[in-house]
Design a protein around this ligand. Sequence first.
Ligand SMILES: Cc1ncc(COP(=O)(O)O)c(C=O)c1O
Length: 431
Amino acid sequence: MPESRNAGLFARAQRSIPGGVNSPVRAFRAVGGTPRFIERAQGAYLWDADGKRYIDYIGSWGPMILGHGHPAVLEAVHKAVADGLSFGAPTEREIELAETILQLVPSAEQVRLVSSGTEAAMSALRLARGATGRSKIVKFEGCYHGHADALLVKAGSGLATFGHPTSAGVPPEVVRDTLVLPYNDVAALETTFDLHGPGIACVMIEPIAGNMNFVRAGVPFMQRLRELCTRHGALLVFDEVMTGFRVALGGAQSLYAAAIPGFAPDLSVFGKVIGGGMPLAAFAGPRSVMEQLAPLGPVYQAGTLSGNPVATACGLATLREIRKPGFFDALARTTRTLTDGLLCAAHEAGVPMAGDCEGGMFGFFFAAKLPHDYPGVMATDQQRFNRFFHAMLDHGIYLAPALYEAGFVSAAHTPADLEATLGAARGALEA
Ligand SMILES: Cc1ncc(COP(=O)(O)O)c(C=O)c1O
């Protein structure tokens, strides 16, 4: 049998690029096997270096909500490219994008554009510390906010103790002020605020955690978190890099606002969908806080490519499409059909599976019940997930290569794509 081009490229990539990839999860370490080298994409499909077609449920890890190569997005990008790739000076399109984000996110009065979710989360953290004059931050086990030093932290040995770095190269001093709490645990929150309240600058949370598959923060937990932040003068920072413009037009915060009267986060962090596949992210909040940023205030933050004209054109064109009436209803229906179909197939096969979805984001677990925190996710059946993943990949279904990643559906997924996916799943569940 001739060697697959994917395998050949992977071997070659490993000689010049650490691990052969430019972001670790792409290396398939969690599931084993050879990553697919992608040559092109269109609509709901990807084609790898061996010419094999896949139905794509990763969508570049979230941005491709319209599917690949949407004509309106491509047209906007082509036009922008012809006018210049980067100016390092303000443009009208940045204002348009800022205004669009602010219309869609009522909790925010001003927004700053950056180039990656990591940069946005890191900047929001600095802003929260600068605006409050406090140092301590709280995050939750299983939530990922990019790879800034202070956020690469795992829980300490006891409740409300400070965390340990999860990466070499992060000095313990840098995470000395980062507290890591279990997700969805009201008692841990209350203890932490009792012990450290006056020193806490902010609490950062993925409101629907997509970096431990798909786990929602419960409404009573979120309500208590909001109350405690307000009472102690800490900022509540919603990391909506994944959920923003993805689970609903107004992001996850619009769902909590519908469930909790008067609810709003203080700061919000966006990425993925707002760039439509180009490097673009943002953080946003009330004018009083955002005006602490340079050049108006003392909190420094900057970027050579921030608000890049091609990226803003791509993001604007994407947001224009998802604002069209009925877009999210249709997307949510597609995602629900897929999720329900997977659960039904598992039930018929006698395989325990739980799943959940919102808007265009979904998750499923090989477990009888939905987990509500990180240990619960990691206790689900990893080996069965890995077998299922590989069987699906063989059938041309491209799922995230790790059980702790969420899945994404796009507007380009058709009923026939879903049927093909569920047909493959019925076979894969036997694996
Ligand atoms: C919730 C969340 N925050 C932040 C980030 C970091 O974004 P980026 O990879 O663009 O740096 C991610 C990336 O997946 C994310 O899911």
